[in-house]
Design a protein around this ligand. Structure first.
Ligand code: GLN
Length: 564
């Protein structure tokens, strides 16, 4: 596109057919874009692919900003049921996002924010707000150019704010969905406006290998690429998901049908762990291909050795430990995705394989039951949760591990349960409970925060996102967090340890080793005279990274090894 034409495209130019609001100071070509789209079916692992590609580019010294588009009309994932959608991943800025955001943070070892998460709901809200303010200057507001214009604005703003070399944009869903077609149109326009040398497309697809044929079939993949091309998008790379490595014949077929050189049709076949994907892509030289296509200047590989070591330890563990996880979403393991990842990080760091044993606590009503489930575990996690189902069973499990010296990590709800157990069994407060479980209980050791009560009327009801935690010296928490006095972790809760009972709990031996700097909000609790008994009011699983496992998980795995 000519410079003159691009110059006319601005917020004010609403008299012509172009509506492309450009952020002030935006420089075309300064950041490049890689767009990842899926065809044939959902569930191809676009998030893992994008994150792995991001990791490779980052290791070439490039600054990468990942972003995901979710076609849902929800503004964020806060109201999504984890049964249907997997876990809600909380960012430091309090954004409640899709699980894929966790994959990005973990692979790229960086904190992302609301600017890295676009949903259909968010875009439409922007359009509707602008329409009410008269920002479209009397024009009929349309999918093209207005909705597509806001999407491009969002992407360019991220490019500018993050000052990145590459914006990696994953479009959720599949080509052909109603939910994402305006977004695909927006990236087509983006390519037209930014120029081919600044935008690359990766089309992901699936090569079938039906059992009854025992042979790879490329038709569905070809059709997928064809639908992408019918939307005006020519892929530069075709990434073929498949059960087994795709054959040259299949690559050639796909190449012919999609105008993509055969060496740019790559096999992304199943591997035993998602951590093998970066290596797979590196061997296919996808990083150098993108760098060349976009004319990027790469630097030296930085952390590949550390990453290889991490993956190597996963491939060749020296021992195995069993960690029990209690919880009510035991039928949908995706609700605990980050916890499972955190255990992998800690496992690799300690050169062990962590085997998970799921424990349905609704089946546990006494010590005998707890023993039946827990006698073979080397440690347990009682994770976060909401509502009353299974809570008495969790409390029984906690009593069992506390009295039997089995390592314990309580996460959010799990910490609250540990406080209830201690109040009941060690402080003589028999009726102790949380008002979330029994609003009429006499001893409300877990209750809604006074300041939460105040802000509740104003609409804020969850304490969300990153908060600082002041750590007490010479405690387990202090040593786990490398003797730091101030740390930061992510929260997502309404209830809290009731300050009224803190003195009683402390007199009876509970140590509150981490609290909010300015409020009496207890954020870490631990017990002395136990090999490992610790709980956080926060979610340590959201900050654990392959190369930097979260200290609470690392400590749990270490303690589990020692117990064994
Ligand atoms: N339901 C509890 C609360 O709201 C714990 C929440 C959680 O585990 N994320 O405080």
């Amino acid at each position: 596109m000519s410079k003159e034409l691009l110059d006319t495209i601005s917020d004010k130019s609403v008299s012509n057919e172009f509506y492309t609001p450009i952020p002030k100071g935006y420089e075309k070509g300064k950041s490049k874009y890689v767009i990842i789209l899926g065809t044939v079916m959902s569930g191809l692992g676009k998030g893992i692919f994008s994150s792995s590609l991001g990791l490779l580019l980052k290791q070439k010294g490039l600054k990468v900003a990942p972003i995901k588009f979710d076609g849902y009309l929800n503004q964020d994932a806060g109201t999504l049921n984890p049964f249907r959608h997997g876990e809600v991943f909380v960012l430091d800025d309090g954004t409640e996002g899709d699980m894929d955001l966790g994959t990005y943070e973990r692979f790229l070892g960086m904190n992302i924010s609301k600017n890295n998460y676009m949903t259909g709901g968010k875009i439409f809200q922007m359009v509707l707000n602008k329409e009410r303010k008269g920002k479209y200057l009397g024009r009929d507001v349309q999918f093209i150019p207005h909705v597509t214009g806001e999407i491009k604005y969002f992407l360019r703003s991220l490019a500018m704010k993050s000052d990145s070399d590459v914006v990696l944009f994953e479009i959720g869903g599949t080509v052909g969905d109603i939910e994402n077609n305006y977004c695909i149109e927006a990236v087509r326009q983006l390519m037209y406006e930014e120029g081919k040398e600044n935008v690359s497309f990766v089309g992901m697809t699936y090569v079938l290998e039906p059992n009854f044929l025992k042979e790879q079939k490329s038709k569905a993949a070809q059709m997928g690429m064809r639908s992408l091309m019918s939307l005006g998008i020519q892929p530069d790379i075709v990434a073929c998901r498949a059960q087994n490595e795709i054959t040259t014949k299949i690559r050639e077929k796909i190449s012919v049908y999609s105008n993509v050189e055969v060496e740019n049709v790559i096999s992304v076949h199943d591997v035993p762990s998602i951590y093998y994907v970066p290596e797979l892509l590196k061997n296919a030289k996808i990083d150098s291909k993108i760098i060349e296509m976009l004319n990027l200047k790469n630097k030296e590989n930085t952390e590949w050795d550390k990453w290889s070591q991490f993956v190597n330890n996963i491939k060749n563990p020296k021992k195995e430990v069993i960690i029990g996880i209690t919880g009510k979403y035991t039928t949908l393991k995706d609700s605990y995705a980050s916890i499972m990842k955190s255990l992998e990080h800690a496992g690799s760091n300690n050169e062990v394989k962590v085997k998970i044993k799921w424990i349905e606590t609704t089946d546990i009503s006494n010590t005998e039951d707890a023993k039946k489930y827990l006698s073979d575990v080397d440690g347990i996690i009682v994770p976060g949760g909401f509502g009353s189902r299974g809570t008495e069973g969790m409390i029984k499990c906690i009593e069992y591990v506390r009295t039997n010296n089995i390592p314990f990590l309580g996460i959010c709800y799990g910490m609250q349960m540990a406080v209830i157990e201690y109040a009941r069994n060690m402080c003589g407060l028999d009726d102790a409970n949380s008002t979330e479980i029994n609003p009429d209980c006499k001893i409300q050791v877990i209750d809604i925060l006074p300041e939460q009560k105040k802000i509740e009327g104003l609409g804020g009801n969850m304490r969300l996102g990153g908060h600082d935690i002041l750590i007490k010296k010479d405690t387990l928490a202090y040593s786990l967090y490398s003797n730091k006095e101030m740390i930061r972790e992510r929260f997502r809760h309404r209830w809290e340890v009731n300050p009224k009972y803190i003195p009683t709990l402390e007199e009876n031996g509970m140590v509150f080793s981490g609290k909010a700097p300015k409020y009496p909000i207890m954020q870490i609790m631990e017990l002395k005279d136990h090999p490992y008994f610790i709980g956080g009011q926060y979610h340590p699983e959201f900050t654990s990274r392959p190369l930097q496992p979260n200290p609470l998980f690392n400590g749990l795995v270490k303690a589990a090894i020692e117990k064994k």
